[in-house]
Design a binder for this molecule. Structure first.
Ligand code: S3P
Ligand code: PEP
Length: 418
């Protein structure tokens, strides 16, 4: 595949076949960390192998955990239960989960840890998590409010209660929750304000923690109480990635096809599975879509909205501006590049002016993906209906779905890699 660009040739047939999405990124990175914090050997099956999970696995290895990979979807993790300081900074690319989760986990290690990422991660905020850890007496420095983060850990928190502002990212709460079970005493986490991104990610965290032996109660919707159980090594199966599934659901409805992804939408526990109802309403998707509980699915739905019968306003998506790129800007830029006026940003809302007549047209457009896998994967859907859609830097899909282009090919989509 050319490293630079890829043009999608609209298929002249509905897409039909069987494509299983890879394992869940969110669950894989939780399970890897929890296995790394558990004494003994854990076998993680159905796992995602991609940039984000490779960075997590490599960071664990650098801290003394043995992570074996007997096959393409399995990690076997053997740990003493402790994360040891590494000689080099932990480099986590643009993996938000790995970066946030490890920042809190190493705060209960002993010694100096440096958590860093690529130039994109270095623009993604982590200050609220830094402030929370500081309030627990941990020496943490993040001069720009983004990685790199330097943590001088003493193996303990000085307090057993923390308040965290999760308005920018639910990952801060997940990070503290997972760390809290290895603290010395029962620990409470309280949310500052009611505002939190997809609550469903907190549920994923709790369910992974419980699978590894943690005990967590929720005395109120904004307070969690975590017992100091530590973690128990276990075998753990990871479900397919619901965000990856949204592209396949999108390809199915756009082409009037039938794609068997091997998992019914109702079987997923991840928040993005909620997108199925909206996507299956296509081309009659609602006039207003609240993205707050299915954030990573919004690029998929926004591209579909261009072909909907009626316009769609996306609300509750402000923190899409601090993901791998500013996704509201990337979506409006890409859609307007296809046809001027197709998208408007109104504050942090995105309004997509639907135009079903786009289908079948030739509208050459080079889509800047801003190194964001979801921008690449969602705009590929536009290429199923419009002739001339070229995705720049298509390799960025490796963050969470390295075989995405192969999946489209296997459904009979021709890709011009020239
Ligand atoms: O906890 C998780 O696994 C995730 C939480 C969400 O991020 P934020 O909490 O930063 O919104 C989501 O966008 C990300 O892809 C995965
Ligand atoms: C926001 C995302 O990832 P992360 O925050 O884990 O880097 C995503 O995968 O869409």
């Amino acid at each position: 595949m050319s490293a630079d660009q890829l043009t999608i040739l609209p298929p002249d047939h509905p897409l039909k076949g069987h494509v299983a999405p890879p394992g869940s990124k969110s669950i894989t990175n939780r399970a890897l960390l929890l296995a790394g914090l558990a004494k003994g050997t854990s076998r993680l099956t159905g796992a995602l192998k991609s940039d984000d999970t490779r960075y997590m696995a490599e960071a664990l290895r650098a801290m003394g955990v043995t992570v074996d990979e007997p096959d393409a979807t399995t990690f076997v993790v053997t740990s003493s239960g402790k994360l040891n300081p590494s000689s080099e900074p932990l480099f986590l690319g643009n993996a938000g989960t790995a970066t946030r989760f490890l920042t809190a986990a190493v705060a209960l290690g002993q010694g100096r840890f440096v958590v860093d990422g690529d130039q994109h991660m270095r623009k993604r905020p982590i200050q609220p998590l830094v402030d929370a850890l500081r309030s627990l007496g941990v020496a943490v420095e993040a001069p720009t409010g983004c990685p790199p983060v330097t943590i001088d850990a003493t193996g303990r928190f000085e307090k057993n209660r923390v308040v965290i502002d999760a308005g920018l990212s639910s990952q801060y709460v997940s990070a503290l929750l997972m760390a809290a079970a290895i603290a010395a005493e029962p620990f409470e986490i309280e949310l500052a304000g009611a505002d939190i991104g997809a609550r469903g990610y907190i549920d994923l965290t709790l369910s992974a923690m419980r699978a590894f032996g943690a005990k967590v109660e929720q005395p109120s919707p904004s307070v969690w109480r975590i017992e100091p159980t530590g973690y128990t090594a276990t075998d753990f199966h990871i479900e397919p990635d619901a965000s990856a599934a949204t592209y396949l659901w999108g390809a199915e409805v756009l082409t009037g096809g039938s794609i068997d992804i091997g998992t019914p939408a109702t079987d997923f526990t991840q928040p993005d599975a909620k997108a199925y109802d909206v996507i299956s309403a296509f081309p009659h998707m609602p006039a207003v879509i609240d993205g707050s509980q299915m954030q990573d699915a919004i690029p998929t739905i926004a591209v579909l909205a261009a072909f909907n019968k009626t316009p769609v306003r996306f609300v509750g998506i402000a923190n899409l501006r601090v993901k791998e790129c500013d996704r509201i800007r990337a979506l409006s830029t890409g859609l307007n590049n296809i046809r001027q006026g197709l998208a408007t940003e109104e504050g942090d809302d995105l309004v997509v002016a639907s135009d079903p007549a786009l289908a079948g047209q030739t509208l050459p457009a080079s889509i800047d993906t801003f190194a964001d896998h979801r921008i690449a994967m969602s705009f590929a859907l536009a290429g199923l209906k419009i002739n001339g859609i070229t995705i720049l830097d298509p390799g960025c899909v490796a963050k969470t779905y390295p075989h995405y282009w192969d999946a489209l090919s296997s459904l009979g989509v021709a890709l011009d890699r020239g």
